[in-house]
Ligand binder design. Structure first.
Ligand code: GRF
Length: 210
């Protein structure tokens, strides 16, 4: 190639060109993980949380994400099942990866097929223990305490269209003592979630070619 002023400028620009990977977070509740994810990714040059999608119009996560400047969309159950609506919404925001953070709805097959190995979920127990329909939030921690388990923890897994059954990516364990209440276990599990979920998501994203 002949070196001239024009292509030197282009080469310098290309070197600095960063392709931004855009992430959607789906959440239905309090949103402490969603907030933690936004804070973590806000320091990254090539990844960002570009959309918060919720199925609950009054979920506290919505105002928290708005305060952080993240675009939010609330969908009805009907819209969520509508493949052309959902896929064009995700295209509009250029989404290439989906992180579920307390999203209490089954993901329809058109999403798991389109985002094959690009949707992850976190469950607040050591799956396969305390998973499945109806096992979420404090119900999980109450069951752990009632069973007298000595440990609990988190499971990060890929998504398929059955509750808590996708391939496990990562687990971390915390101790449960005989004095622990379900609230104590919830605190320990949340601490593990905040520490590991963003890092695991980032590692997967780094391995994905857009
Ligand atoms: C977390 O405990 C997560 O494991 C589960 O839903 C909960 C969401 O909590 N999937 P928050 O809304 O992020 O506080």
């Amino acid at each position: 190639m002949q070196i001239n002023a024009q292509n030197v400028v282009f080469c310098a620009f290309a070197k600095d060109l960063i392709i931004m990977k855009k992430i959607a977070v789906f959440a239905s509740g309090t949103g402490s993980n969603a907030v933690n994810l936004v804070q973590y990714f806000s320091t990254k040059k090539d990844m960002e949380i570009a959309l918060l999608l919720s199925n609950k119009a009054n979920a506290p996560v919505i105002d928290k994400m708005k305060a952080l400047g993240v675009p939010t969309v609330v969908v009805t159950n009907e819209k969520f099942e509508d493949s052309s609506y959902m896929l064009s919404l995700l295209r509009e925001y250029d989404i290439s990866f989906i992180i579920l953070a307390g999203f209490l709805k089954i993901i329809p097959p058109f999403l798991t097929e389109t985002f094959d190995n690009k949707i992850i979920n976190i469950h607040p127990s050591l799956l396969p223990k305390y998973g499945g329909k109806g096992m979420y939030g404090m119900k999980v921690h109450e069951a752990v305490v009632a069973a007298g388990d000595k440990e609990s923890g988190i499971t990060i897994h890929y998504l398929n269209n059955r509750y808590d059954e996708g391939e496990v990516i990562f687990q971390a364990v915390c101790e449960v003592t005989t004095d622990d209440t379900a609230e104590d276990v919830a605190k320990k599990v949340h601490a593990l979630e905040y520490e590991h979920y963003p890092k695991v998501a980032e590692k997967i994203l780094q391995s994905i070619k857009n």
